[in-house]
Design a protein around this ligand. Structure first.
Ligand SMILES: NC(=O)c1ccc[n+]([C@@H]2O[C@H](COP(=O)([O-])OP(=O)(O)OC[C@H]3O[C@@H](n4cnc5c(N)ncnc54)[C@H](O)[C@@H]3O)[C@@H](O)[C@H]2O)c1
Length: 205
């Protein structure tokens, strides 16, 4: 499979789950890589994480908006429209949020599956060159549970398998093949965790 190196400098990035473990490390590295704008969509405000980001964000690229992945397609469209007003375009969407608490299976499906599909489709439309977009990249974080289901996490495994196949299905129509990598270059400090993840990167347009 072809490996594609992304030049992130000057790019407008949206990350969901930027205060989570993988998301936070990703944000720190994105700031160091010279992105133009980094919109962190968070469900719960994290003062200490935002303070740490501010301490390395000399250029002031970070912005924050509250966002719950379970809000539905229409609300997701509205939030992304607001980001478009601020940034003009979205070059990269990183779907970095996810949960694995199986106590309420409807929530895990709403976050990991439906919510991730909603944000992917909304960003995909905005990036679409045939509709005036500039193209872009959607990064979806699946899991090895998509390939080898975890017996103790059946619903989580189902959502991760679903997201993997969803992203691959969208990639079929693209000139660039979807690709997987376990040591996401922007996240080298988090390699051990990323070896458990299956990062699915969809290059649109
Ligand atoms: N950490 C691992 O070992 C591992 C392994 C395989 C896959 N993954 C996947 O990687 C992704 C990130 O994992 P992590 O370890 O950083 O998790 P984490 O729990 O540290 O962070 C998850 C983030 O998702 C956010 N979130 C939860 N519900 C949300 C909602 N309704 N709306 C918006 N945001 C919401 C949380 O606020 C948090 O910021 C997840 O999709 C996870 O399934 C992680």
């Amino acid at each position: 499979m072809e490996e594609v190196k992304l030049d992130l400098s000057g790019k407008n990035i949206v990350i969901i789950g930027g205060f989570g473990g993988i998301g936070f490390e990703t944000c720190k590295l994105l700031i160091q890589k010279g992105v133009a704008n980094l919109m962190i969509l968070h469900k719960t405000w994290n003062e200490s994480a935002s303070k740490e980001l501010r301490s390395i964000d000399a250029a002031g690229v970070c912005q924050y908006m509250e966002f719950d992945l379970t809000c539905g397609l229409e609300k997701t469209r509205q939030v992304f429209a607001q980001i478009m007003e601020k940034f003009g375009s979205i070059d990269v969407l990183i779907n970095g949020a996810g949960i694995c608490d199986e106590q309420d299976f409807s929530i895990i499906i709403a976050v990991n599956f439906t919510g991730t599909i909603n944000t992917t489709l909304v960003a995909y439309d905005l990036m679409d060159k045939s509709r005036g977009g500039k193209g872009g990249v959607v990064v979806n974080i699946s899991s090895v549970a998509a390939l080898t289901p975890f017996p103790v996490l059946p619903v989580y495994s189902a959502t991760k398998g679903g997201i993997l196949n969803f992203t691959r299905a969208l990639a079929v129509g693209e000139s660039s093949e979807v690709f997987f990598f376990c040591d996401l270059e922007i996240c080298t400090t988090y390699v051990d965790v990323l070896n458990l993840c299956l990062v699915t990167c969809l290059i649109h347009g």
